[in-house]
Write a protein that binds this ligand. Structure first.
Ligand code: NCD
Length: 306
């Protein structure tokens, strides 16, 4: 039997999404109750791309559930000698692994690996494709903040480098599934050319046009490592048109909240005063990442039934 994995939001049923969100809330309320859920289980943290939050939160979540993490050091591994991804993974599986958390620069690689192994695979970000647990923790954070069970009646704008963002792709699917009206805001050069694979979203090139109508703003990092300079005219001009500046913060509705998956380019896509303001849920997102990821690990690897 193919084990249950978490590869992309599209592949998760509504029931599964709700059970990930509700178990995260239960674990957050009473972590002690779940402290032995992964006892005797080993989770391979297979990160072949840089990460701070995602990796640390998966490790922390594994520990909170009483499991053991083994971290794969990609830079000093035989991947550098040309060993294939599958040979590497299949080798590591011989050491007794109960699940794989995987980040890779190649879109689709967690799905590819999941077809070759007999343990659950959790996508921790694959290229420009998806980052399902980030979208789930963002949704968890907003639902908790608003004390609601879905996003009907809410408008959320995702602003910034949508073209390169797996966070945006997962969020577009998840926010729409939970009933939000989703607006994408970016210069044309930072939008995917084909949006037909996404659920209905509105496109707005001018951030100033939407500020007064949104309930949440999700700012994205400009991913310089995935592009050359030609996609934005200059950093200063980008900030002038699409930056979440102090002036723009003043134009938001009183209770509009601000999210950013991190890491941030402070002073470019978001001003420090905005990131550190009372509207900001950015550190809440980081904290909730542990509970949400614990929920995913508990269900897929610990066998906890929703
Ligand atoms: C994001 C990622 O790696 O996709 N960060 C994260 O996981 N918190 C976004 C980014 O790198 O900009």
């Amino acid at each position: 039997m193919i084990p249950d994995s978490c590869l992309h939001i599209r592949g998760l049923s509504d029931d599964r999404i709700h059970s990930f969100l509700s178990l995260a809330a239960s674990i957050k309320r009473d972590p002690q109750k779940y402290s032995q859920t992964l006892k005797g289980k080993t989770v391979l943290q297979f990160f072949v791309e840089n990460s701070t939050r995602t990796r640390m939160s998966f490790e922390a979540a594994t520990r909170k559930l009483g499991g053991t993490s083994v971290a794969f050091a990609a830079a000093s591994s035989s991947l550098q000698k040309g060993e294939s991804l599958l040979d590497t993974i299949q080798t590591l599986c011989q050491y007794g692994i109960d699940g794989i958390v995987m980040r890779h620069s190649s879109g689709g690689s967690p799905e590819f690996v999941s077809q070759a192994v007999s343990v659950p695979v959790i996508n921790a970000g694959d290229g420009q494709h998806e980052h399902p647990t980030q979208a789930l923790l963002d949704a968890f954070t907003l639902l908790e903040h608003w004390k609601v069970s879905d996003f009907r009646g809410k408008t959320i704008v995702i602003v910034g480098d949508i073209l390169h963002s797996r966070v945006a792709r997962s969020n577009i699917h998840l926010l729409a599934r939970l009933g939000a009206k989703v607006i994408l805001c970016a210069p044309q050069t930072l939008l995917p050319s084909d949006l037909s694979l996404f659920p209905a979203v509105e496109i707005e090139h001018r951030l100033d046009s939407v500020l007064g109508q949104v309930d949440a703003i999700m700012a994205l990092r400009i991913q310089f490592e995935r592009q050359d300079d030609s996609l934005i005219p200059s950093k200063r001009e980008y900030r002038n048109f699409w930056g979440l500046t102090v002036e723009r913060m003043a134009a938001l509705k009183k209770d509009t909240v601000v999210l950013h998956p991190g890491p941030m380019n402070r002073g470019l896509e978001i001003d420090p005063e905005v990131a550190d303001s009372a509207r900001s849920l950015i550190l809440k997102q980081v904290e909730n990442g542990v509970w949400l990821r614990a929920s995913v690990l508990a269900q897929l690897i610990g066998g906890v039934k929703p």
